[in-house]
Design a protein around this ligand. Structure first.
Ligand code: 13P
Length: 350
């Protein structure tokens, strides 16, 4: 492992106020989104959609790295050019999702453990040879219902068993990535589904991040050569009280300052089901209010909050591709502006 190379790649992923574009939906997730829009759920439709994304003119002005899925890293443009080459030629760093998904955690109903460590060393070597320079692994942490009525210690969701198992898997994945010369994007996602309060999300996110960094330390992961992909501290989607943009920015930054070591080059948020506009506005508020005082870059690694409006417009119709690319580029531009604290609702009218 060359730690200088890892550090350089990690810094390049958050440089110049650009961000990551997550286009690593698994086939079933991509198909589910296609089904809602009447797009055929085929490898060719997924290939066309991904070709539209990677060939968007000017994307590299706003996007530093793109996260691919196993199917996508092997796919090509209609003219036979591998997507990886299209990205590299444009100046976008190719990345790869390497976990194999969240499965039920035995003995803990309602909780998940992310799998994918088996043969990971061999798979990373293959992806590295294909051009991937960073990777992603997503752990999901669900929050229990606010009125679930916890009756005994250990009944609550998330359980420590779930947090510890996922944190350890993330750390083992990150160590294997760095051994292979690949920057790990470490993603413990506290889900926003549910009616929990923002304060509950803050407390759980803090606990999760403390455990993740303890496990990263235990596994000898270089903090300088990784990116944290985090959730914002948010009220549950169905919580009656929805805090303001500034309150979310305050709570998120406070939580990160208490948990994320200054050696980490960047925190890139997932959008997690927020609207595109809120994902941009909340990121903007964090940078507008705190950027000069934060030890790490605060950026984005959005999938839905960049792709969804373009996908909704495209609907599998090739004649709509140029306008869909314009819509995609607009979201990327809004989020670069948010990294600079220069995003405003007025941008949505352009
Ligand atoms: P969303 O931005 O749609 O939450 O996706 C980000 C991601 O890659 C989750 O792993």
């Amino acid at each position: 492992m060359n730690s200088q190379d890892l550090m350089d790649t990690a810094r390049a992923l958050v440089a110049d106020d650009k961000g990551l574009l997550a286009m690593d939906e698994s086939d079933p997730t991509c198909d589910k989104r296609f089904a809602k829009l009447g797009v055929p759920q085929t490898a060719e439709a997924r290939r066309s959609w991904r070709e539209l994304i990677v060939t968007t003119p000017g994307l590299a002005e706003y996007i530093s790295g793109a996260i691919l899925f196993d199917e996508t890293i092997r796919q090509k443009k209609k003219d036979g050019t591998l997507f990886v080459k299209v990205l590299v030629d444009a100046g976008i760093i190719p990345g790869i999702k390497v976990d194999s998904g969240a499965k039920d955690l035995a003995g803990h109903p309602g909780e998940k453990i992310t799998e994918g460590l088996d043969r990971l060393r061999e798979r990373l070597a293959e992806y590295s040879a294909m051009g991937a320079r960073f990777a992603k692994w997503r752990a999901v942490i669900a929050l229990g219902e606010a009125d679930a009525g916890v009756v005994a210690y250990g009944d609550e969701i998330p359980s420590m068993a779930c947090i510890e198992a996922n944190a350890q898997a993330l750390a083992r994945y990150a160590a294997l990535c760095q051994e292979a010369g690949i920057v790990p994007v470490v993603e413990p996602e506290v889900l926003m589904d549910g009616d929990h309060s923002m304060e509950h999300c803050r407390a759980v996110t803090e606990r999760v991040l403390l455990e993740v960094f303890a496990q990263l330390h235990a596994q000898g992961v270089s903090l300088e050569g990784m990116i944290l992909k985090a959730n914002m501290v948010l009220p549950g989607l169905t919580c009656p009280r929805q805090e303001s943009v500034d309150e979310v920015a305050d709570a998120t930054v406070r939580c990160l300052l208490r948990t994320v070591p200054a050696a980490v080059p960047g925190v890139a948020f997932l959008s997690g089901g927020q609207s595109c506009e809120l994902a941009s506005a909340r990121l903007n508020a964090m940078n507008a209010r705190f950027k000069s005082r934060l030890p790490w870059a605060v950026g984005f690694s959005y999938s839905r909050a960049i792709q969804q409006p373009a996908l909704d417009f495209w609907r599998g119709d090739s004649s709509r591709a140029p306008e869909a690319q314009r819509i995609l580029l607009h979201r990327a531009r809004c989020n670069l502006a948010a990294r600079r604290g220069e995003y405003s609702a007025a941008m949505e009218k352009t």
